[in-house]
Structure formats: structure tokens, C-alpha cells
Design a protein around this ligand. Structure first.
Ligand code: PLP
Length: 451
């Protein structure tokens, strides 16, 4: 049975367009994760809870741009703020008050952030945060959980999307680059540890303590679906990094301003030394950033007292597009709406209804499924095994997940994208009726893959 049949039938224009796209760009897509078999559909309109492809099909959207879309697509006030900014000043590469106001708001809302810098993506954010941490500590190495995605740069693409064979022992994972083109020497500067395993985490961090600048970790590991921290894991890591003088960076690119106004750190009551953010912060426009204790962020400033030192004695952070005024306007307006309205209550209610409902309908169909979520974000694992670690997540049937996703997409509902290691979201414009509809479609799709 071809699980892509329904989708294929309704997307002839996308099929033709894919050929054109593949002639000009690898895989016919702008980012690798947008490609899937047999071909992706191309979207040229988005509004509220829906996206529309070039065959004019409507999709009820839970992919939501991979996370940024927290108010629904094209929220009228965000749209207006963007238009007003476009009419006032585009990029000048001189500092603009709108970007400073945006940073003030981020610092005001985020417990760990006293001082902050803006970039253009989550990848830039983690790259710069790592550099500042190395500068502050005078050490070169970074520790990260195996299977955690912290961006597309060389230092982040370590021990992620890796096979069991490549990663080796569970309590002592190898550091391996994802994909080609990354110098082997980079792997010498990164060490991986197993998320949620206190004992192994402690052993590894203690062993490398003298060389470690930072631990970078997602509060909930959404980069492997939805791995919730075990009770006390983050508190333990906070204490241990403090004891060992290692900077704790929370990568809140996915969770920032989504798990609450004060992000996951306020929700969990653990304060890291540094934080990275992107996605929701930009309200659908490209942004990213990193911040933390003022003393650490001061690494970016040349040390005043050492007048004989050259300018580059500090950690460099620059970028033509940093703090782009249009992104700043969109982000500031988004944060203002998040502060003013009951967005979090709504998306969490919709999240409980959606993810709870998905577990119920899968159970009704008799398919072994484990649905995990934290509020408005979650994932359907195609297994009934418990999932607490990256390696647990390998128990899920990836092919079946992709088939389920295709069956649902062919019926006009986008449950994220067709990869078991991804996750999906609810948004402010979702209604109870839309969730009910999504659950009906999900059930049909579960039936279609239950063989
Ligand atoms: N860190 C985490 C936790 C992410 O989930 C992502 C992207 O999904 C990134 C970093 C990289 O962000 P970006 O895609 O904006 O470069």
C-alpha cells in the first residue's frame, strides 16, 4: 500500500514544481529537513491555523514553521507591526532603538538573562554562546547530550542523528560528526553524555571538567521528539556545573517563550548561566540570540583595563543583520501579545486535548503508540515502550511514523513533518473543533498504517 497516494493525488502542481526546484537547489528545498519522499508540497499562503499549497489544498497546521508560529500565521497585529517598520526604516546597520527595546523585553522576561545579543537563527545563537563560554572560562570543550540538536554549525552537529554503532556505549557515547565536511578535530572539542542518566552524566562531566567551558542542553529534549527530564535531572546538572565551574547553557531555541513567558527556566525553576533563544521570539521572522549573566556577556566587550590589548582580546560577536528592525518589530509585538493575552492557557489546553486525544485514538485503533507532550509541544512515538532517552527513541518505528504522517497530510492535516525525531505544536488560533477534526484524521491515518 502506498501511504503517499492521497497526498500525491492532490498535489500535481507540487510534483511538477519539485522538478523545477530540484534543478536549481539540492533536493528541491531550502533546508534539508523540508525534503521527503515522494516529493514535498510547496506552500504559497498561510493564515491562522492553516497553510495552503500551490494546488490550493488547505492543511490544518501543527508544524507551525517548526515552532515560531505561536499566535497563528500572520497575526493581524504582528503583520501591522512589520508593515509599519518596513515603512519607517529597513536595515541600517546602525543601532536602532527597536532592537534595543526588543532586547530589554527579552531580558525582562527571562530569569537568566541580564545582558543579551541578537543574531538571526538558533544556530547562530548556540555558536556564539559556545564561543562566549569558551572565552569566559578559557577552556575549549563543550558537553552536550547525545542526540541533541543545537544547530547546523560544526560544533553543534556532534553526536546527533547518529547510529548506535557510531555512538558506541550508552554510558560513554562517542563524539561523532553528523554528515561530511566537518573537520575531525571539531569532535575533539565536544563530549556527549546521555540525557536523563545522572550517573553517566556526572562521570563524564567530572572526567572532562578541567577542559569544559560549558554544558549546552535543551530543558526538554524536543530535538529527539519529546524527551522529558526525569525528576531532579536539571537540578542535579545545575548543582554539578556550579561545583565544577562549568557554564550551564540552556538551549531554549525550541522552548523559549513557548513553555511560558519566562520560558522553560521559569517553568522548571532552574536558572542557567546562559540561554539561547530563537523561534517564538521572532514571531515568525528570523531572529535568534543569546544572553546570560552580565559578567559572562562582558566577554564580548574589549577589556577596558588592559589598554595595551588589541580589540580582538574579546570574544567577537557581529553580523550585518543582527537585530534586524523588521524581526525586532515582529518579535516585540509577539512578546507584547503573549504578555497581554491568555495565549499560554489556550495553547496548553489545545495541547492537552490534541496529545491526550492522539493517545486515545491510537489505543482505540490498537496501535502501539506512546504520545509525549509538555503543554503545547509533543510527539507521537510509534512504540509502546517508555521513552526517556535518545536511545529509547530508537525503539519507535520511523517508517510507520512517516507513513502515518503521509496519510494525515493526504487528508489535510500536518502533524509536524514526517520524521520520528521531530515534534509538533498547537497555536493560539487552534479551536476545539479543529483539534476534534485533527483527531478524526489521526485515527483514520492510524488505521491506514495498522497492518
Ligand atoms: N537549538 C535547538 C534546540 C533547536 O531545536 C534548533 C532548531 O530546531 C536550533 C538550535 C537551531 O535553530 P535554527 O534552525 O534557527 O538555526
Amino acid at each position: 500500500h502506498d501511504h503517499a497516494e492521497l497526498l500525491r493525488e492532490r498535489t500535481p502542481s507540487s510534483e511538477a514544481f519539485h522538478e523545477r526546484a530540484a534543478a536549481v537547489t539540492p533536493l528541491g528545498v531550502e533546508s534539508n529537513v523540508r525534503a521527503f519522499d515522494p516529493y514535498p508540497f510547496y506552500v504559497d499562503e498561510a493564515d491562522g491555523s492553516y497553510v495552503y499549497d500551490i494546488d490550493d489544498n488547505e492543511y490544518l497546521d501543527f508544524l507551525l514553521a517548526l515552532g515560531p508560529t505561536i499566535l497563528g500565521h500572520g497575526h493581524p497585529e504582528v503583520r501591522e507591526a512589520v508593515k509599519a517598520q518596513v515603512d519607517t526604516a529597513d536595515l541600517t546597520a546602525t543601532p536602532q532603538p527597536i532592537a534595543i527595546e526588543f532586547m530589554e523585553k527579552i531580558a525582562e522576561l527571562t530569569p537568566s538573562i541580564e545582558s543579551v545579543r541578537l543574531a538571526n537563527s538558533g544556530s547562530e545563537a548556540t555558536m556564539h554562546a559556545m564561543r562566549v563560554a569558551r572565552s569566559y572560562t578559557g577552556r575549549d570543550m563543550i558537553a552536550k547530550p547525545e542526540g541533541g540538536y543545537a544547530g547546523a554549525h560544526d560544533y553543534a552537529l556532534q553526536s546527533v542523528y547518529a547510529s548506535e554503532e557510531a555512538l558506541g556505549p550508552a554510558d560513554r557515547p562517542n563524539t561523532v560528526s553528523y554528515g561530511t565536511g566537518i573537520p575531525d578535530v571539531i569532535s575533539d572539542t565536544v563530549v556527549a553524555f546521555p540525557f536523563n542518566d545522572k550517573e553517566a552524566t556526572e562521570d563524564i562531566l567530572r572526567e572532562y571538567a578541567d577542559d569544559l567551558a560549558a554544558v549546552i542542553i535543551e530543558p526538554v529534549m524536543f530535538s529527539a521528539g519529546c524527551l522529558k527530564p526525569r525528576d531532579g535531572y536539571h537540578e542535579f546538572l545545575r548543582e554539578l556545573t556550579e561545583e565544577l565551574d562549568i557554564i550551564l547553557i540552556w538551549d531554549e531555541v525550541m522552548t523559549g517563550f513557548r513553555l511560558g513567558l519566562g520560558s522553560a527556566q521559569e517553568r522548571f525553576g532552574v536558572t542557567p548561566d546562559m540561554t539561547t533563544f530563537a523561534k517564538v521570539a521572532g514571531g515568525g521572522y528570523q531572529t535568534g540570540g543569546f544572553g546570560g549573566k552580565a559578567e559572562i556577556m562582558a566577554e564580548i566587550e574589549p577589556p577596558e583595563k588592559k589598554e595595551d590589548e588589541k580589540w580582538h582580546a574579546s570574544a567577537f560577536h557581529g553580523g550585518t543583520y543582527n537585530g534586524h528592525p523588521v524581526s525586532a518589530a515582529a518579535g516585540l509585538k509577539t512578546l507584547e501579545i503573549l504578555e497581554r493575552e491568555d495565549v499560554y492557557d489556550h495553547i496548553e489546553q489545545m495541547g492537552e486535548k490534541l496529545f491526550g486525544g492522539l493517545q486515545e485514538v491510537a489505543d482505540d485503533v490498537g496501535l502501539p503508540v506512546n504520545v509525549q507532550n509538555v503543554g503545547s509541544m509533543g510527539q507521537v512515538y510509534m512504540t509502546d515502550a517508555d521513552i526517556h532517552s535518545y536511545r529509547d527513541s530508537w525503539k519507535a518505528n520511523e517508517e510507520q511514523f512517516a507513513d502515518w504522517w503521509l496519510e494525515a497530510a493526504g487528508r489535510g492535516v500536518l502533524f509536524g513533518n514526517p520524521m520520528q525525531g521531530e515534534r509538533f505544536f498547537t497555536t493560539y488560533t487552534h479551536t476545539e473543533e479543529e483539534i476534534d477534526h485533527a483527531l478524526e484524521i489521526a485515527e483514520e491515518a492510524f488505521r491506514a498504517v495498522n497492518h
